[in-house]
Design a protein around this ligand. Structure first.
Ligand SMILES: CC(C)(COP(=O)(O)OP(=O)(O)OC[C@H]1O[C@@H](n2cnc3c(N)ncnc32)[C@H](O)[C@@H]1OP(=O)(O)O)[C@@H](O)C(=O)NCCC(=O)NCCS
Length: 387
């Protein structure tokens, strides 16, 4: 019997900007720009407890833009995304395409995602042109999905490629997420002072871009990489508690909305979301062990340390084992919003290639707007499944 057609991950790339922000960055910025403020003192206290050791930024920690009186406007922040974020996206995409080894002209779809910029034309246009993709490439730019964007973008590409498979056409998708959220940090501090309400955004977010190439396996040419993972199913769940995660558009840039309830809500939603994902994945649901979360490696969005510990408890996962790459990514780069889960998958793919042990099955899970839980399940091609 012929194997059913699959959509596979065939290339990955990750690019962080060159500048590092350590835990001392936020207190330094606050003490240089503001006098005592209760909400900011709370931010400094939270900043000490995030367990993030480093974040990356497109701006060095001593850049004058951080310390000047003028707070950057939306337009200025957007210009910084274009100046720094699109080249980051280009570097990540170039790495993923080289990793895949195929021909640029064979890329049929681009699915792009950013929370940093909302301008039109979107960065998918500039990026496609700079990479030299076909002018007929089918572009999709996701908006309003926030940190769930990396898995939402993968899910969208997966559906588009399965559509091409139905038509018997070869299809290759570039999935790309790019973020330069740190350009908003000073504006966030200003809003915290004005509203006297702590917001954890300045303590968590970092910059980065990550790309994956997906293939539907039709018309494979010489030079194209063998699949790293096959995708078996994807799922999006909108929880019944609106308004907990989002972005407020302010004159001084975007302001993250992250309610204190988020870790608790994600923790309680994870077991059923995971169960539904496996139940709805025909190639996995007949084998009982596939319903056991601890049989997977987890690329789980580290929105904050509390999200990771909540997942450990809810799903019976170990920080040093199933979630090791999610923790590593969080400690070394913070929350890079829509690029985060893609970057964990990239790191897992490279680790497997370097011969480090890892499981055959992986779950990607991200959380975003309103709250939405996005999940995807992948397996190594060698993984034996019960159909
Ligand atoms: C931010 C974080 C790392 C801080 O860790 P922590 O200090 O161990 O967390 P705690 O829950 O003990 O909270 C510490 C303080 O931060 C405050 N805080 C926590 N989450 C907050 C939020 N979302 N907004 C504002 N304040 C918050 C708490 O109220 C508490 O203040 P209090 O002492 O005055 O009550 C942790 O709360 C976290 O990971 N939160 C989840 C982040 C999140 O939802 N990310 C987005 C997912 S898409």
């Amino acid at each position: 019997m012929m194997a059913p057609p699959v959509v596979s991950v065939v290339g990955t790339g990750l690019q962080y900007p060159p500048h590092k922000l350590g835990p001392e960055f936020v207190p330094k910025l606050v003490s240089n720009c503001y006098t005592d403020n209760v909400a900011l003192l709370k931010i400094i206290e939270i900043n000490e407890r995030t367990k993030i050791e480093n974040r990356y930024s497109v701006l060095p920690s001593n850049h004058p833009l951080w310390f000047q009186d003028h707070i950057l406007t939306n337009t200025e922040c957007d210009d910084l995304f274009k100046k720094y974020g699109i080249p980051l996206a280009q570097d990540a995409a170039t790495q993923a395409i080289e990793d895949w080894g195929g021909n640029l002209m064979d890329i049929t779809h681009v699915v792009a995602m950013t929370c940093t910029s909302a301008s039109s034309p979107g960065f998918d246009c500039t990026l496609s042109r700079r990479l030299g993709l076909s002018k007929h490439v089918r572009r999709t730019l996701l908006s309003g999905v926030t940190c769930a964007g990396s898995v939402a973008a993968l899910r969208t590409a997966y559906d588009l490629l399965r559509g091409a498979t139905q038509e018997g056409k070869p299809a290759r998708a570039l999935v790309i997420a790019a973020e330069t959220m740190t350009v908003y940090v000073r504006g966030w501090l200003e809003t915290i002072v004005k509203e006297s309400i702590p917001n954890i955004g300045p303590t968590l977010f970092g910059d980065g871009a990550c790309a994956l190439v997906l293939s539907n396996g039709i018309g494979v040419k010489e030079g194209e990489r063998e699949p790293i993972w096959n995708i078996h199913g994807a799922q999006s769940t909108l929880l019944d508690r609106p308004g907990c995660v989002g972005i407020r558009w302010m004159p001084s840039g975007v302001m993250p909305i992250i309610s204190k309830d988020v870790p608790r809500m994600i923790k309680s939603a994870l077991p059923s979301s995971f169960g539904n994902l496996i139940t709805n994945s025909p190639s996995l649901r007949l084998e009982e062990s596939n319903f056991n979360p601890s049989t997977y490696d987890w690329a789980l969005h580290p929105g904050g340390a509390a999200i990771l510990t909540g997942a450990e408890h809810a799903l019976g996962l170990a920080s040093h084992d199933h979630l090791r790459m999610s923790y590593k990514c969080y400690r070394s780069a913070g929350n890079t919003s829509s690029a985060t889960v893609l970057s964990i998958l990239h790191r897992l793919a490279r680790a497997y290639r370097e011969g480090l042990s890892g499981r055959s099955k992986v779950i990607g899970a991200a959380f975003g707007a309103d709250i939405t839980v996005e999940m995807i399940v992948l397996t190594k091609p060698s993984c034996e499944l019960v159909h």
